[in-house]
Design a protein around this ligand. Sequence first.
Ligand code: BMX
Length: 305
Amino acid sequence: MHAKKALGIDIGGTKICYGIVDECGNLLSDVKKTPTPKSAGEIYNKLKNIVEHHYDEIDVVGLSSAGAVNLENTKVVSSTPNLPAGYNDIDFSTLTNKPVYVENDANCAAFAEYKMGAAKGFKTVLMITIGTGIGGGIVNDGKLYRGSTGNALEVGSMKIFADKRQKCTCGRYDCWESYASGTGLKNCAVYGAGNYPEFASSIYKDKLLEELTTYDITDGVLKNDEFSIKVFNQWLEYIFVGLVSLTDIFNPDCIVISGGMCAFINTQDMERRINAESVVTNVTVKTAMTENRAGMIGAGLLALG
Ligand code: BMX
Protein backbone atom coordinates (compact mmCIF):
# COMPACT_ATOMS: atom_id res chain seq x y z
CA MET A 1 0.00 0.00 0.00
CA HIS A 2 1.42 3.38 -0.89
CA ALA A 3 1.98 6.06 1.75
CA LYS A 4 -0.71 8.68 1.41
CA LYS A 5 0.06 12.30 0.69
CA ALA A 6 -1.91 15.49 1.18
CA LEU A 7 -1.69 18.85 -0.48
CA GLY A 8 -1.74 21.18 2.53
CA ILE A 9 -2.89 24.70 1.74
CA ASP A 10 -3.00 27.63 4.12
CA ILE A 11 -5.21 30.51 2.98
CA GLY A 12 -4.02 33.62 4.77
CA GLY A 13 -5.17 37.21 4.46
CA THR A 14 -2.13 38.20 2.38
CA LYS A 15 -0.74 34.95 0.99
CA ILE A 16 -1.67 31.37 0.19
CA CYS A 17 1.05 28.85 1.17
CA TYR A 18 1.05 25.24 0.12
CA GLY A 19 3.11 22.08 0.11
CA ILE A 20 2.90 18.28 0.01
CA VAL A 21 2.58 16.68 3.46
CA ASP A 22 2.99 13.01 4.42
CA GLU A 23 1.23 11.09 7.20
CA CYS A 24 3.90 12.08 9.74
CA GLY A 25 3.52 15.77 8.92
CA ASN A 26 6.79 15.97 6.98
CA LEU A 27 6.87 18.44 4.13
CA LEU A 28 7.84 16.58 0.97
CA SER A 29 8.15 19.69 -1.18
CA ASP A 30 9.24 23.29 -0.91
CA VAL A 31 6.61 25.59 0.53
CA LYS A 32 5.18 27.65 -2.31
CA LYS A 33 3.63 31.06 -1.79
CA THR A 34 1.30 33.18 -3.86
CA PRO A 35 -0.59 36.37 -2.98
CA THR A 36 -4.18 35.88 -1.80
CA PRO A 37 -6.51 37.37 -4.42
CA LYS A 38 -8.94 40.02 -3.24
CA SER A 39 -12.21 38.36 -4.26
CA ALA A 40 -13.77 35.04 -3.30
CA GLY A 41 -14.13 33.98 -6.95
CA GLU A 42 -10.45 34.58 -7.68
CA ILE A 43 -9.44 32.71 -4.51
CA TYR A 44 -11.52 29.73 -5.65
CA ASN A 45 -9.94 29.76 -9.11
CA LYS A 46 -6.45 30.05 -7.72
CA LEU A 47 -7.04 27.11 -5.36
CA LYS A 48 -8.44 25.07 -8.24
CA ASN A 49 -5.30 25.74 -10.30
CA ILE A 50 -3.00 24.79 -7.41
CA VAL A 51 -4.89 21.53 -6.81
CA GLU A 52 -4.96 20.65 -10.52
CA HIS A 53 -1.23 21.27 -10.78
CA HIS A 54 -0.51 18.73 -8.01
CA TYR A 55 -3.39 16.35 -8.78
CA ASP A 56 -1.25 13.30 -9.67
CA GLU A 57 1.00 13.60 -6.60
CA ILE A 58 -1.67 13.63 -3.90
CA ASP A 59 -4.50 11.61 -2.35
CA VAL A 60 -6.30 14.33 -0.41
CA VAL A 61 -6.43 18.11 0.00
CA GLY A 62 -6.28 19.82 3.40
CA LEU A 63 -7.19 23.49 3.62
CA SER A 64 -6.47 25.76 6.55
CA SER A 65 -8.58 28.91 6.59
CA ALA A 66 -9.51 31.68 8.99
CA GLY A 67 -13.19 31.67 9.91
CA ALA A 68 -15.52 29.22 11.62
CA VAL A 69 -15.75 25.98 9.62
CA ASN A 70 -18.83 23.72 9.39
CA LEU A 71 -19.04 20.27 10.93
CA GLU A 72 -18.70 18.64 7.49
CA ASN A 73 -15.36 20.42 6.91
CA THR A 74 -16.43 21.78 3.54
CA LYS A 75 -17.20 25.48 4.13
CA VAL A 76 -16.47 28.53 6.22
CA VAL A 77 -19.81 29.41 7.78
CA SER A 78 -19.00 32.58 9.66
CA SER A 79 -16.10 34.98 9.54
CA THR A 80 -14.95 38.48 10.34
CA PRO A 81 -14.50 41.04 7.51
CA ASN A 82 -10.83 39.90 7.36
CA LEU A 83 -12.12 37.61 4.59
CA PRO A 84 -13.67 38.88 1.32
CA ALA A 85 -17.40 38.97 0.63
CA GLY A 86 -18.66 35.72 -0.86
CA TYR A 87 -15.92 33.62 0.78
CA ASN A 88 -18.47 31.88 3.00
CA ASP A 89 -20.35 30.70 -0.13
CA ILE A 90 -17.39 28.67 -1.37
CA ASP A 91 -17.93 24.92 -1.14
CA PHE A 92 -14.32 23.74 -1.05
CA SER A 93 -15.34 20.12 -1.69
CA THR A 94 -16.05 21.09 -5.32
CA LEU A 95 -12.40 22.01 -5.97
CA THR A 96 -11.54 18.48 -7.10
CA ASN A 97 -12.89 14.93 -7.12
CA LYS A 98 -10.35 13.96 -4.45
CA PRO A 99 -11.36 14.33 -0.77
CA VAL A 100 -11.05 17.93 0.46
CA TYR A 101 -10.95 18.76 4.15
CA VAL A 102 -11.17 22.35 5.36
CA GLU A 103 -10.51 23.34 8.94
CA ASN A 104 -10.06 26.59 10.85
CA ASP A 105 -6.45 27.89 10.73
CA ALA A 106 -5.96 27.82 14.49
CA ASN A 107 -7.43 24.31 14.76
CA CYS A 108 -4.99 23.15 12.06
CA ALA A 109 -2.09 24.77 13.88
CA ALA A 110 -3.20 23.20 17.17
CA PHE A 111 -3.20 19.77 15.57
CA ALA A 112 0.23 20.30 13.97
CA GLU A 113 1.77 21.52 17.21
CA TYR A 114 0.29 18.57 19.11
CA LYS A 115 1.47 16.00 16.57
CA MET A 116 4.94 17.25 15.83
CA GLY A 117 5.56 20.67 17.30
CA ALA A 118 6.06 22.36 20.65
CA ALA A 119 3.19 20.44 22.30
CA LYS A 120 4.27 16.94 21.29
CA GLY A 121 3.78 14.59 24.25
CA PHE A 122 1.28 16.81 26.08
CA LYS A 123 -2.31 15.69 26.77
CA THR A 124 -4.51 18.78 26.53
CA VAL A 125 -3.13 21.41 24.23
CA LEU A 126 -4.53 24.91 23.84
CA MET A 127 -3.18 26.72 20.79
CA ILE A 128 -3.64 30.43 20.45
CA THR A 129 -2.64 32.25 17.30
CA ILE A 130 -2.08 35.97 17.64
CA GLY A 131 -1.99 37.77 14.31
CA THR A 132 -4.46 40.11 12.63
CA GLY A 133 -7.08 38.41 14.79
CA ILE A 134 -6.85 35.78 17.51
CA GLY A 135 -7.69 32.18 16.78
CA GLY A 136 -7.75 29.18 19.08
CA GLY A 137 -7.80 25.40 19.03
CA ILE A 138 -7.82 22.60 21.60
CA VAL A 139 -6.52 19.08 21.10
CA ASN A 140 -7.40 16.68 23.89
CA ASP A 141 -6.05 13.11 23.90
CA GLY A 142 -5.20 13.45 20.21
CA LYS A 143 -8.60 14.74 19.19
CA LEU A 144 -9.50 18.24 18.07
CA TYR A 145 -12.39 19.68 20.08
CA ARG A 146 -14.86 21.03 17.52
CA GLY A 147 -18.03 21.94 19.46
CA SER A 148 -21.62 21.23 18.39
CA THR A 149 -21.33 22.79 14.93
CA GLY A 150 -17.57 22.66 14.38
CA ASN A 151 -16.94 26.26 15.38
CA ALA A 152 -15.43 25.86 18.86
CA LEU A 153 -12.57 27.99 20.14
CA GLU A 154 -13.40 31.15 18.19
CA VAL A 155 -11.65 32.75 21.15
CA GLY A 156 -10.93 36.03 19.36
CA SER A 157 -14.64 36.78 19.69
CA MET A 158 -14.84 36.19 23.44
CA LYS A 159 -15.79 39.38 25.24
CA ILE A 160 -13.47 40.77 27.86
CA PHE A 161 -15.52 43.81 28.92
CA ALA A 162 -19.23 44.34 29.35
CA ASP A 163 -19.52 48.08 28.77
CA LYS A 164 -18.95 48.47 25.03
CA ARG A 165 -15.55 50.17 25.25
CA GLN A 166 -14.22 49.33 21.83
CA LYS A 167 -15.76 48.32 18.55
CA CYS A 168 -14.25 45.24 16.92
CA THR A 169 -13.69 44.78 13.17
CA CYS A 170 -16.55 42.25 13.32
CA GLY A 171 -18.97 45.05 14.28
CA ARG A 172 -19.56 43.89 17.85
CA TYR A 173 -17.90 45.26 20.97
CA ASP A 174 -15.02 44.27 23.24
CA CYS A 175 -13.96 41.04 21.51
CA TRP A 176 -10.65 39.77 22.93
CA GLU A 177 -8.95 40.19 19.55
CA SER A 178 -9.76 43.90 19.43
CA TYR A 179 -7.46 44.28 22.47
CA ALA A 180 -4.94 41.46 22.29
CA SER A 181 -4.19 40.74 18.60
CA GLY A 182 -1.81 42.66 16.33
CA THR A 183 -4.77 44.91 15.51
CA GLY A 184 -5.39 45.07 19.26
CA LEU A 185 -1.88 46.42 19.88
CA LYS A 186 -2.60 49.22 17.45
CA ASN A 187 -5.90 49.89 19.26
CA CYS A 188 -4.00 49.99 22.57
CA ALA A 189 -1.63 52.56 21.00
CA VAL A 190 -4.49 54.78 19.85
CA TYR A 191 -6.08 54.57 23.30
CA GLY A 192 -2.74 55.34 24.93
CA ALA A 193 -2.09 58.35 22.70
CA GLY A 194 -5.28 59.91 24.03
CA ASN A 195 -4.86 58.86 27.65
CA TYR A 196 -1.22 58.31 28.69
CA PRO A 197 0.89 61.33 29.71
CA GLU A 198 3.96 59.50 28.32
CA PHE A 199 2.67 60.19 24.81
CA ALA A 200 3.72 63.85 25.07
CA SER A 201 7.40 62.85 25.17
CA SER A 202 7.11 59.80 22.91
CA ILE A 203 9.03 59.39 19.66
CA TYR A 204 5.57 59.12 18.08
CA LYS A 205 4.10 62.32 19.54
CA ASP A 206 3.88 64.02 16.12
CA LYS A 207 2.50 61.03 14.26
CA LEU A 208 -1.11 60.97 13.10
CA LEU A 209 -3.04 58.46 15.21
CA GLU A 210 -4.39 56.63 12.18
CA GLU A 211 -0.81 56.14 11.02
CA LEU A 212 0.41 54.54 14.27
CA THR A 213 1.13 50.87 13.57
CA THR A 214 1.60 47.70 15.54
CA TYR A 215 5.27 47.70 14.53
CA ASP A 216 5.79 51.29 15.67
CA ILE A 217 5.02 50.04 19.15
CA THR A 218 7.23 46.95 19.03
CA ASP A 219 10.04 49.13 17.57
CA GLY A 220 9.38 51.75 20.22
CA VAL A 221 9.82 49.12 22.96
CA LEU A 222 13.24 48.24 21.54
CA LYS A 223 14.11 51.95 21.50
CA ASN A 224 13.06 52.29 25.15
CA ASP A 225 10.22 54.68 24.34
CA GLU A 226 8.20 54.93 27.57
CA PHE A 227 4.89 55.38 25.79
CA SER A 228 5.48 52.28 23.62
CA ILE A 229 6.49 50.26 26.69
CA LYS A 230 3.32 51.26 28.53
CA VAL A 231 1.13 50.42 25.51
CA PHE A 232 2.93 47.13 24.99
CA ASN A 233 2.55 46.12 28.65
CA GLN A 234 -1.16 46.92 28.51
CA TRP A 235 -1.45 44.71 25.42
CA LEU A 236 0.38 41.87 27.22
CA GLU A 237 -2.04 42.30 30.10
CA TYR A 238 -4.97 41.74 27.74
CA ILE A 239 -3.32 38.61 26.37
CA PHE A 240 -2.69 37.40 29.91
CA VAL A 241 -6.27 37.99 31.05
CA GLY A 242 -7.64 35.91 28.17
CA LEU A 243 -5.12 33.12 28.65
CA VAL A 244 -5.86 32.82 32.39
CA SER A 245 -9.59 32.48 31.69
CA LEU A 246 -9.00 29.90 28.98
CA THR A 247 -6.68 27.99 31.32
CA ASP A 248 -9.39 27.91 33.98
CA ILE A 249 -11.93 26.69 31.43
CA PHE A 250 -9.92 24.04 29.60
CA ASN A 251 -7.25 22.95 32.10
CA PRO A 252 -4.57 22.52 29.41
CA ASP A 253 -1.16 21.10 30.32
CA CYS A 254 0.35 23.09 27.44
CA ILE A 255 -0.48 26.41 25.80
CA VAL A 256 1.20 27.07 22.46
CA ILE A 257 1.31 30.60 21.12
CA SER A 258 1.73 31.11 17.40
CA GLY A 259 1.05 33.79 14.79
CA GLY A 260 2.83 36.91 13.63
CA MET A 261 2.85 38.47 17.10
CA CYS A 262 4.13 35.46 19.08
CA ALA A 263 7.76 36.57 18.73
CA PHE A 264 6.95 39.51 21.03
CA ILE A 265 5.61 37.40 23.89
CA ASN A 266 7.87 36.11 26.65
CA THR A 267 6.36 32.67 27.22
CA GLN A 268 8.26 31.99 30.46
CA ASP A 269 6.92 35.15 31.99
CA MET A 270 3.41 34.40 30.72
CA GLU A 271 3.62 30.86 32.13
CA ARG A 272 4.70 32.10 35.55
CA ARG A 273 1.90 34.65 35.66
CA ILE A 274 -0.80 32.24 34.46
CA ASN A 275 0.20 29.62 37.02
CA ALA A 276 0.15 32.24 39.77
CA GLU A 277 -3.36 33.42 38.86
CA SER A 278 -5.21 30.37 37.50
CA VAL A 279 -7.11 28.04 39.81
CA VAL A 280 -6.02 24.99 37.82
CA THR A 281 -2.50 23.55 37.86
CA ASN A 282 -0.01 23.51 36.09
CA VAL A 283 0.44 24.77 32.57
CA THR A 284 3.50 25.03 30.33
CA VAL A 285 3.51 27.91 27.81
CA LYS A 286 5.50 27.55 24.62
CA THR A 287 6.08 29.28 21.30
CA ALA A 288 4.90 27.35 18.25
CA MET A 289 7.54 25.31 16.45
CA THR A 290 5.92 24.93 13.07
CA GLU A 291 5.65 28.74 12.68
CA ASN A 292 3.93 29.75 9.45
CA ARG A 293 3.86 26.15 8.23
CA ALA A 294 1.50 25.01 11.01
CA GLY A 295 -1.71 25.68 9.09
CA MET A 296 -0.67 23.77 6.00
CA ILE A 297 0.87 20.85 7.93
CA GLY A 298 -2.11 20.58 10.29
CA ALA A 299 -4.59 20.73 7.41
CA GLY A 300 -2.64 18.05 5.56
CA LEU A 301 -2.51 15.80 8.65
CA LEU A 302 -6.22 16.25 9.36
CA ALA A 303 -7.11 15.55 5.74
CA LEU A 304 -5.06 12.35 5.86
CA GLY A 305 -7.07 11.45 8.98
C1 BMX B 1 -10.47 35.62 13.77
C2 BMX B 1 -11.30 34.61 13.02
C3 BMX B 1 -10.81 33.21 13.34
C4 BMX B 1 -9.32 33.05 13.07
C5 BMX B 1 -8.54 34.14 13.82
C6 BMX B 1 -7.05 34.14 13.47
C7 BMX B 1 -12.20 35.15 10.79
C8 BMX B 1 -11.88 35.56 9.39
N1 BMX B 1 -11.18 34.95 11.60
O1 BMX B 1 -10.76 35.56 15.11
O2 BMX B 1 -11.53 32.24 12.62
O3 BMX B 1 -8.90 31.77 13.51
O4 BMX B 1 -9.07 35.43 13.51
O5 BMX B 1 -6.88 34.50 12.14
O6 BMX B 1 -13.37 35.04 11.13
P1 BMX B 1 -5.58 35.30 11.61
O7 BMX B 1 -5.94 35.61 10.18
O8 BMX B 1 -5.40 36.48 12.44
O9 BMX B 1 -4.47 34.32 11.76
